[in-house]
Write a protein that binds this ligand. Structure first.
Ligand code: SF4
Ligand code: SF4
Length: 135
């Protein structure tokens, strides 16, 4: 009988703590209803302004993990025309080293942080398609 009262008292004490915190305002961000606003220099995923890219491949050479593949055609005017810009998000370090040597500021780190996918294959993307709207 003594144990019963001890356990009950302990249970009531625990519930009291729960109720106390239940009535207080939440201190954590209520994701996904609330979204975090990253600071200006936050490095999310690599993004591309396809129209600005001159297919020089400086970004791909700068990447320490070979995450970028720049594919292009050479036209009659001897100019390179970007056809595909493959980005392997699954091996990206989010270091931003690829953006530094770009002569046209075509590549940059955006603020996307919701990068989870169900299939790893979805982490290999063509930025010419994904970022076609980016100016
Ligand atoms: S952020 Fe770093 S690891 Fe990712 S693509 Fe750019 S250079 Fe490579
Ligand atoms: S460095 Fe800039 S211009 Fe050159 S291929 Fe990469 S994104 Fe395009």
């Amino acid at each position: 009988m003594k144990e019963f009262f001890e356990y009950t008292a302990s249970l009531i004490k625990g519930l009291g703590v729960t109720l106390k915190y239940l009535c207080r305002p939440a201190v954590t961000l209520q994701y996904p209803k609330q979204r975090w606003t990253p600071p200006e220099r936050y490095r999310g995923r690599v993004a591309l302004r396809p129209k600005k890219c001159i297919s020089c491949q400086m970004c791909a050479r700068a990447c320490p993990n070979n995450c970028l593949e720049v594919k292009f055609n050479v036209g009659d005017d001897k100019k390179r025309k970007l056809t595909e810009f493959v980005y392997h998000i699954d091996t990206c370090l989010f270091c931003g080293l690829c953006a530094e040597p770009c002569p046209t500021s075509a590549i940059f780190m955006n603020h996307d942080y919701e990068l989870a996918v169900c299939d790893r294959k979805d982490l290999i993307v063509d930025l010419v398609k994904v970022d076609s709207y980016v100016e």
